[in-house]
Write a protein that binds this ligand. Structure first.
Ligand SMILES: [Zn+2]
Length: 50
């Protein structure tokens, strides 16, 4: 089981998604702000292209 996590940076408002095996925090790829929590997560089917 994997999750696609949706993030929105609190510092620069950049939005991005990432696929993880858990609903975990991520760092903003734009400004580098740490530990942004996903505002939404959805299941990813195995084998789905990313
Ligand atoms: Zn940012």
């Amino acid at each position: 089981m994997q999750f696609r996590n949706y993030y929105r940076c609190a510092r620069c408002s950049n939005e991005w998604t990432d696929v993880w095996s858990a609903q975990c925090d991520d760092d903003c790829p734009h400004c580098g702000a740490r530990h942004m929590s996903p505002y939404k997560s959805e299941d990813v089917e195995e084998g789905e292209d990313e």
